[in-house]
Design a protein around this ligand. Structure first.
Ligand SMILES: [Ca+2]
Ligand SMILES: [Ca+2]
Length: 393
């Protein structure tokens, strides 16, 4: 880390000690430093700037911004040859039971530090096309696309109590609407973050992103080699960026904290765009899963458009890639909040297979089949009104 950021962190520590906020609202200095770290391009170890190194050895991008520019998610870009592709997407490896690839691990890292071969290359449009630089995938291992979601409105999920999530679980479908919902109970607690609700807290998710996407260790992810597996020996032999300043890790807990504080500034819009459409959203069954607001620990409420539960979404959304304790057909209800996203360039669903809201709904099966049928039965003008409402979130 350079001197300016280090000084900044020290200043923030002093500022937050003096002006300890009465509310949970983040300190503006923390958020400003968090943004700088979110936008920073990390460099390989060893570097003269001791604490800004540690990139990789294998990585997907050098910065958070590389996939979540301006806090947004994956979007369509036009390559030099005029063809379209996605930026901000990754390839995940796994079996239906949640185990990962013995050689490549959890994710395909398409970049590596100088002297090391990346794991492969990937194109996402018109559909996934990837090439591996090493052996073929292990037996039963599948590859699945995961888009970087928009980060607007997400930080607030940290403040939703377990009871608010658990009260919507309906394992035996007592109310007969076909929707069950299930919390992802992990060893650390109830998951809230990621397409499969794998991570419990915002800082857990940030630490995971630093480790797997960028290759930087932290107190929550102490392994300095990110996603390198025991078979990737060249990766394990590359230098790491462990810093005496951070007790041998590449990042401190303070860095996770200030990046999370920055994410707290990416707020959802507070006004519902069209109250009449909200009634349609609910009558069509969308709001059963895409719950508009959730209660928070401090007695308030936040815009959510998710229940933070996992739902079995049927065959069209089953890519065979499970995660520990979560089936390949199960997904956390996607929070429909996108903030200031460039709508024309976005893609929807975990794999970007839908370009519009109607296309996304058409792929809703399993627990959402009934809601999809209700949507398809709407008069064209009501359908349009509902779609405009979702696009406005
Ligand atoms: Ca990997
Ligand atoms: Ca139900």
């Amino acid at each position: 880390m350079n001197a300016v950021v280090r000084l900044g962190l020290a200043m923030a520590a002093i500022a937050s000690a003096i002006f300890a906020p009465a509310t949970t609202r983040a300190d503006p200095l923390d958020a400003a430093m968090g943004k700088a770290l979110f936008d920073r391009n990390w460099v390989p170890a060893p570097a003269s700037t001791d604490a800004s190194d540690g990139l990789g050895p294998l990585f997907s991008s050098r910065s958070c911004t590389g996939c979540h520019g301006r806090g947004e998610g994956a979007h369509v870009v036009v390559r030099e040859d005029g063809s379209k592709d996605l930026t901000g997407a990754v390839v995940r490896f796994g079996r239906a039971d949640g185990t990962t690839d013995p050689f490549y691990g959890l994710q395909l890292q398409t970049n590596a530090v100088p002297g090391l071969m990346p794991e492969g290359t990937a194109r996402y449009l018109p559909k996934l096309d990837y090439k591996l630089n090493g052996p073929s995938l292990g037996e039963g291992v599948k590859a699945g696309v995961r888009l970087a979601p928009s980060l607007f409105g997400r930080a607030a999920f940290d403040n939703v109590p377990d009871s608010e999530i658990l009260k919507r679980v309906d394992p035996h479908d007592r109310d007969g609407d076909g929707v069950r919902g299930r919390a992802n109970r992990t060893a650390e607690g109830i998951g809230r973050y990621g397409w499969k609700a794998a991570h419990v807290t915002l800082e857990d998710q940030v630490a995971h992103a630093f480790a797997i996407d960028i290759g930087l260790s932290s107190p929550k992810q102490p392994h300095p080699y990110g996603d390198c597996t025991p078979f990737e020996t060249a990766c394990l032999e590359a230098p790491n960026g462990g810093s005496a300043l951070f007790k041998g890790r590449e990042l401190s807990g303070d860095i996770l904290r200030v990046v999370a504080a920055y994410l707290g500034t990416l707020r959802a819009q507070s006004e519902a765009p069209d109250p009449g459409a909200a009634a349609l959203f609910s009558a069509t069954g969308c709001a059963t899963c895409h719950v508009p607001t959730l209660a928070t620990r401090d007695g308030g409420s936040i815009p959510a458009f998710t229940d933070l539960l996992l739902h079995d979404m049927g065959a069209a959304l089953d890519d065979g890639v499970g995660e520990p304790g979560v089936k390949s057909s199960e997904w956390r209800t996607a929070p429909l909040i996108e903030g200031r996203v460039r709508k024309v360039k976005r893609r929807l669903l975990h794999d970007g297979s839908a370009a519009t809201v109607a296309e996304a709904v058409a792929k809703h099966g399993g627990e959402a089949a009934r809601s999809r049928t209700l949507f398809e039965a709407l008069k064209p003008e009501d359908q349009k009104r509902l779609v405009d409402y979702v696009n406005g979130l």
